[in-house]
Design a protein around this ligand. Structure first.
Ligand code: ARG
Length: 562
């Protein structure tokens, strides 16, 4: 049982006539100062009921309290009941719990095996994988793992941007200026060049845009040449994206992109018509939404469908196929309006499951304070970024640990870990400044710092010839307490991360744990004292387990040596 629950039980004994357990649970606070104890119960609300001063109530409660041995002491101060944990008891309890549960430590069951679909990454075919897509990929991947840790069955969906007017434009550009050989050699770069050239030319020549729309119409109508070019562009792009997913260790259950819904759109439009939701506006079809939002465009004048139409079809398909209880869309905050409209249309269609939908928005990646954009061709290619990070990590490793085996694999783990952590340590809605040098520092708030701490713990276990045992753990080092407090908080950190769809909760958590551990390492000679060695190694092992698991939840590997 955790301390909070234990404290609730104690209070409930005395207060059951007035308060239920969940209310009590919500009232318990964490004192601001350590000298005020570990948990506090404020008596101000009860003071109104009893017509007594809060301090008197606190005094009465403490007088009659029987404390389980998790607690050492209880005090009434300024209208609060403050309890102090029995540090030795709590330490051994926490360490034993982590050691017995291993990577399952921190599992919390919120999901009851229900399905959560997570739409993430979702890059656009024939365009480079952008920083925004990197953000979506690492946030989504972490959320999938966090959801699984919370008892959900996560379905990872890559909703590829493989349909839409831009393919009409690309086909036009390719037929005008394309060179098959060049595209084969360097698909993403060449296709991007064509795309950029199209936009430059269209500024001079309005008709090009019309041509682009016509070709997209042909594509939707199944024109053979259009389909052939489209599927070639798609294949080439996917191969490039796969390299990135392999580097990052990310995989998907479904790569049904927008095109997949092409034959499912008529049904959606029919449903909208049956429910009398479709209105004509300017020869186009729209669904009007109250709420001061612009109407949601469903079908253009020329009969082609839109991004939103395909998302409607996708949401319905996912509900039919997976029966999800929750459905996340990890997409940049510039699409906030789109998702508001989408969810409202689904609500209007009468689908109760609309309540499980959530847009998990995030901010931009900036370079020198400016947005990194693909449109004008000023683009940082993600594969290059990852490879640069890996090279830099390798240089670091060669310098610090020249005799290490498997340098290349560790360099990959550290280089990608650095990029992922740099993103996830920030609350997702904040914009992030891109800086390879910052990401790769071994000190400070970086992925390599946490990985390094994990490797250090592993190395102490090796040096100390640690063998797991079931003996009692006795930790009396005062310096260990901040580690214990952190270890105890792990399940809550996971819950916070899940509830806020916020992996930064875990990134911050592993940073704190790593800091506490390094401080301990700096002040306690873990292996020197025979009497305490086994208990201290148990503590080190539980730190190693939790750092490893925390990093795993972020999508980062934890080498044992680096
Ligand atoms: N391909 C889109 C883009 O890059 C993101 C798709 C997100 N998912 C979705 N179901 N709309 O902007």
């Amino acid at each position: 049982m955790d301390n909070k629950t234990a404290f609730v039980d104690v209070l409930y004994d005395q207060l059951k006539d007035h308060l239920d357990k969940s209310k009590l649970n919500s009232m318990i606070e964490k004192p601001k100062k350590e000298s005020m104890g570990d948990l506090a119960f404020p008596c101000f609300e009860l003071a109104k009921v009893y017509r007594k001063s809060p301090q008197n109530i606190a005094l009465e409660l403490t007088k009659e309290m029987t404390l389980p041995n998790l607690f050492q002491n209880v005090e009434a101060v300024n209208g609060y009941v403050n309890v102090f944990l029995n540090k030795e008891e709590v330490s051994s309890y926490t360490i034993q719990k982590a050691l017995s549960k291993k990577e399952n430590y921190g599992n919390v069951n919120i999901g009851n095996k229900g399905v959560i679909t997570i739409d993430f990454s979702s890059p656009n075919i024939a365009k480079p994988f952008s920083m925004g897509h990197l953000r979506s990929t690492v946030i989504g991947n972490a959320l999938a793992r966090i959801s699984e840790k919370c008892g959900y069955n996560a379905i990872r969906i890559n909703h590829l941007g493989d349909w839409g007017t831009q393919f009409g434009k690309l086909i036009v550009a390719y037929t005008l200026w394309g060179d098959e050989q060049k595209v084969k050699e360097n698909p993403i770069k060449e296709l991007l060049k064509l795309y950029v050239r199209f936009h430059e030319a269209a500024e001079q020549d309005e008709k090009l845009n019309d041509k682009g729309r016509q070709w997209f119409k042909k594509l939707e109508d199944g024109d053979e040449r259009a389909l052939e070019l489209w599927s070639w562009f798609r294949e080439e792009s996917l191969q490039e994206f796969t390299k990135i997913y392999e580097l990052l260790g990310v995989n998907f259950d479904s790569t049904h992109g927008e095109a997949f819904y092409n034959d499912k759109m008529d049904r959606v439009i029919q449903l909208l018509e049956e429910k009398k939701l479709l209105k004509e506006s300017d020869q186009a079809k729209v669904v009007e939404i109250d709420d001061d939002l612009p109407p949601c465009l469903i079908k253009k004048r020329d009969g082609t469908t839109l991004y939103a139409t395909r998302d409607l079809a996708a949401a319905i398909y996912r509900q039919d196929t997976y029966k999800f209880v929750r459905s996340l869309y990890v997409v940049g905050n510039e699409q906030t309006l789109h998702f508001k409209q989408l969810f409202l249309v689904l609500e209007k269609m009468g689908y109760k499951w609309h309540k499980g939908l959530k847009h998990v928005a995030f901010g931009m990646m900036l370079k020198d304070g400016k947005k990194m954009s693909t449109r004008k061709g000023k683009v940082v290619l993600l594969e290059d970024v990852l490879n640069d990070a890996i090279t830099l990590a390798k240089n670091n490793i060669v310098e610090k640990n020249p005799t290490l085996d498997s340098k290349d694999n560790v360099a990959r783990q550290v280089g990608t870990g650095a990029v992922i952590f740099h993103d996830l340590k920030n609350y997702r809605l904040n914009d992030i400044e891109f800086s390879l040098e910052d990401m790769l520092r071994f000190e400070g708030e970086t992925g390599p710092y946490v990985q390094y701490t994990h490797a250090r713990a592993s190395s102490i276990l090796r040096k100390g010839d640690y063998q797991e045992s079931n003996d009692d753990v006795n930790i009396s080092d005062v310096e260990a307490w901040s580690i214990i407090i952190n270890l105890l908080d792990f399940p809550d950190a996971i819950k916070r991360a899940y509830e806020g769809s916020d992996p930064s909760q875990i990134a911050k958590y592993v940073l704190e744990l790593a800091k506490a551990f390094n401080k301990y390492y700096g002040s306690v000679r873990i292996l020197d004292d025979k009497e305490h060695k086994q208990s201290r190694l148990s503590l080190v092992h539980s730190v190693q387990i939790v750092l490893n698991e925390g990093l795993r939840l972020l999508g980062i590997e934890a080498p044992n040596e680096m």
